[in-house]
Design a protein around this ligand. Structure first.
Ligand code: ADP
Length: 653
């Protein structure tokens, strides 16, 4: 007011648990304040920041885990990181004993001294969440005392007396075997969101991989010690020792390099540069694209003047994924290829056409390795290492090192991709939230208006008008209620399955009834409806859910039908029933067809048609839960036909 300027501030308003934006504008002697609820945006931003923070933490942990050499070191890094990242009160990491009878603690954080002894060793046969997680391979999420009461009643007293009242018990698995488990205990009750669970499970997975490597290292260490004790082999042992140390250094350097990058072209270029000249004279990285093509994304050569020649060879010998040898085979099978001594005969099989052969020879390749880049069971690409001259031939240790490097590079690429997907999901959700709140607001505004009109009309002689307005208010409440039900259905589908109440249902009658209810809707849309059926068609279905599907298809036909006729048909035979809803409206472009049944998917602009893009998604989930299929056939400008096919005996058990 004193400076006569407008200002905008944002603040958290505790009584409403809302973020408000206040724009303050001085007007004469008054200050006008505009308030806007920006909670949704705040929550979305917080979620985004949290997921970004978690990703960078994950990358950092992966790097640290890779650098940790012994089992103890891995345990310490894992438990400390997990506790810090999740805000847990206590963390515990244990490995399965070789005989598999129990878990022995390797590291812990925050365990009170009086409980230390108890946590040293956890037997596997006890009815404990940790043991169960280990035995089944599935994590146990116990968010509150109530969860313990429900699942582990005998532990309730112990938990009540202990300082923490919620726990996550997650098995650590690598290469399909359980290595151990991690426990995180929380002081206060909490819910483990999808994101929390995913994050903790990824941590446990990385931990498992690191433990697996540490075990290999421990074994190598033991073998080395044995070799060293043999005096005559001392020199060799020393060399091996140096080699092992070098490999560890190389990998940890690679890991920190990989941790920093979120974009795979840069990642792969740095991998290629790291490999040359330490491990190869030239190195190529080829990735499979989404369309299944092979793309060379990085190439490095010790001698920059030969780089062009190498590139030319790559151009002339494109990778063929059906090939019997070489990179094509590695990409197809996910298995490494190792050729310690490259012969001239091999050149001839690789070369395509006589012009290439001399080029290959002139490069002087003498040894060759190609390893796959695999993440979560999928081959993403391959890393080829070549040695020229005759200085060095690849050993099995080189092969293992290259595989380990490729493994880490693939994880990093996969992390980056997951991150992009997570960002996309957050964006989609934000967009959806804004549409949803808009959709919810429209009937609310109208409802409010109707009610204030109603208040004004409240005189004894205005009864007729009042009941008209009441009807309007009711319709808006119904609309609001149905929007809310839709949102609830989506969350129900997301968290598990939709529950069905099966009984004998006549689909012909159900359609007939729905058409009666929707008569007004079709009249307003100007669509004449024809219903064709040969009498009752009974099946073992859920009446309410089936009605939901029918109503959705009918209202879509009215909404997108451009006032032209709509034909509804029910037919079928002994085994199955078929419902078709055909309109002659705007139709759907071919490229939009495959995605329409997805969550939030729409093919029309928000400006022209309202809607959440959830109706078809929910319909499909229901139809599939009933053991059936829903499909669409459409041509833009000519109309659409939606078909639902349902087995009459209902869903298979
Ligand atoms: P909503 O109609 O609320 O957007 P739906 O999931 O019911 O959501 O439909 C998804 C999208 O499919 C619609 O946005 C529209 O683009 C398209 N669609 C559905 N039914 C028809 C139809 N009968 N004709 C043309 N387009 C349709």
């Amino acid at each position: 007011m004193s400076e006569r300027v407008s200002m905008t501030v944002e603040a958290f308003y505790a009584p409403q648990e809302a973020w408000l934006e206040a724009r303050m504008v001085p007007r004469g002697s008054h200050l006008v304040v505009f308030l806007r609820d920006v909670t949704v945006r705040h929550q979305a931003e917080e979620a985004k920041a949290r997921s970004a923070a978690r990703l960078s933490l994950l990358q950092e942990m992966t790097a640290r885990l890779s650098a940790a050499v012994s089992t103890e070191e891995v345990g310490a890094v894992l438990v400390r990181g997990a506790v810090a990242a999740t805000g847990a009160e206590l963390g515990w990491v244990g490995l399965l004993e070789p005989e598999g009878r129990g878990l022995r603690m390797v590291a812990s954080e925050g365990v009170p001294p009086e409980l230390r002894r108890q946590y040293e060793y956890i037997p596997l046969d006890a009815a404990l969440p940790l043991a169960r997680a280990c035995l089944t391979g599935e994590p146990e999420w116990l968010g509150s005392l109530a969860d313990f009461e429900e699942r582990y009643p005998h532990l309730v007293e112990f938990v009540r007396a202990s300082p923490s009242h919620a726990g996550a018990y997650v098995p650590m698995r690598a290469k399909d075997t359980s290595l151990g488990a991690i426990t995180l205990a929380f002081a206060r009750s909490r819910t483990f969101s999808e994101e929390d669970r995913g994050f903790i499970m990824v941590l446990a997975h990385h931990g498992a991989l690191a433990f697996d490597r540490a075990r290999l290292f421990d074994r190598e260490h033991a073998a080395r010690a044995e070799a060293e004790s043999d005096v005559s082999d001392q020199v060799r042992a020393r060399r091996e020792l140096e080699a092992v140390a070098w490999r560890q250094r190389f990998l940890s350097e690679a890991s920190s390099l990989l941790a920093g990058s979120l974009d795979y072209t840069t990642t792969m270029e740095s991998v290629a540069r790291l490999v040359v000249p330490e491990l190869a004279d030239w190195c190529a990285v080829d990735m499979l694209t989404a369309e299944g093509r092979v793309e060379n994304v990085a190439l490095a050569h010790v001698d920059p003047s030969r780089l062009e020649a190498a590139r030319e060879v790559i151009r002339r010998t494109p990778i063929d994924v059906s090939a019997k040898t070489g990179a094509g085979k590695v990409l197809r099978t996910g298995q490494s290829e190792w050729v310690p001594d490259v012969t001239d005969a091999l050149f001839s099989t690789v070369a395509r056409g006589p012009a290439v052969l001399p080029m290959l020879r002139s490069l002087g390749v003498c040894s060759y390795l190609c390893v796959p880049l695999v993440a979560r069971g999928r081959v993403l690409g391959c890393l080829s290492l070549l040695q020229t001259g005759s200085s060095r031939h690849y050993s099995e240790a080189d092969l293992r090192l290259a595989e380990e490097l490729a493994h880490r590079a693939a994880l990093s690429v996969d992390n980056a991709r997951l991150y992009r997907e997570a960002q996309e999901a957050v964006r989609l959700r934000d967009e959806f939230l804004s549409i949803a709140s808009h959709e919810l607001k429209t009937p609310l505004t109208s409802l409010r208006l109707q009610l204030s009109l109603l208040a004004r009309l409240m005189s004894p002689d205005s009864l007729e008008q009042v009941s008209g307005k009441l009807g309007g208010a009711h319709r808006q409440v119904d609309r609001l209620a149905s929007l809310v039900t839709t949102l609830l259905d989506v969350s129900r589908i997301a968290t598990g399955r939709i529950s069905l109440e099966l009984s004998e249902v006549d689909i012909s009658f159900a359609v007939h009834e729905a058409l009666e209810r929707l008569r007004e809707v079709f009249t307003q849309a100007g669509c004449a409806v024809t219903f064709q059926s040969r009498g009752p068609m009974v099946g073992w279905w859920d009446a309410l859910r089936l009605d939901q599907v029918i109503v959705n298809l009918l209202t879509n036909a009215a909404k997108y039908g451009q006032g032209r006729p709509v034909i509804v048909t029910v037919e079928g035979d002994r085994d199955s029933a078929r419902l078709t809803v055909r309109d002659e409206g705007i139709g759907i472009a071919a490229e939009d067809l495959p995605r329409l049944f997805g969550r939030f998917e729409r093919a029309v602009s928000v400006r022209h048609y309202g809607g959440l893009g959830l109706g078809l998604y929910i319909s499909r989930q229901i139809v599939e839960a009933l053991g059936g299929r829903v499909s669409v056939d459409s041509c833009p400008g000519e109309g659409s036909t939606f078909t639902v096919e349902l087995p009459r005996e209902g869903p298979r058990r």
